[in-house]
Design a protein around this ligand. Sequence first.
Ligand code: NI
Ligand code: MN
Length: 231
Amino acid sequence: MDNFVLTWLGHSCFRIDVAGTMVLIDPFITGNPSAKVKADELYPDIIAVTHGHNDHLGDTVEIAKRTGCTVVCIHELSKYLKSKDAKTEGMNIGGTVKIGDLSFTMTDARHSSSIDEAGREIDGGRAAGFIIKAGERSVYHAGDTGLFGDMELISRLYSPDVAILPIGGRYTMGPEDAALAVEMLRPKTVVPMHYNTFGVISQDPQVFAGYVKTVSDADVIIMEIDCPVFL
Ligand code: NI
Ligand code: MN
């Protein structure tokens, strides 16, 4: 059984080290007020991008070009990144891409996904989430999303051990909706993200943990930036 080492780099950016592979999800580092690392210190094997918004796409182009890593993302975003000379694996919701010992399954998310290139709006396809699987272990990174009932299906299909969920409100679910998501997803471990990076998404993660306790036995891990957790 492969153990995941999960590290929060801030906002929705996580590093997963598993089976000798380093995965970065939503590498928004430059301009991220909560990030402590520098983008050029990161050498991932794979980047997974949930959608085109700047606070998720972030430093993807720079990191991908410098390291030659593979970027897993939705078709439209993949076309954009290819045009910037990144190596990509385009996919779409419901599909799975296998890279080495890992698999990336793209899930639905209720959100938008435009790419902002110097004030020019580019179609980024749709917003998505990922189920990342290694052996029997799986992590669900929900991306940016509102609550949706098909999280029941995500539970039935993929039984994620770990669910990483946005709780910031305004642009995504807030703490109460995210607790309902936990009830539907039935993970063993829950990690909140996408809060307190900016004033408009201020939340107390302990309040979220309290809501979760009323509907689920899942452990809520309130992560510290750059402090790895073994799962
Ligand atoms: Ni977004
Ligand atoms: Mn966002």
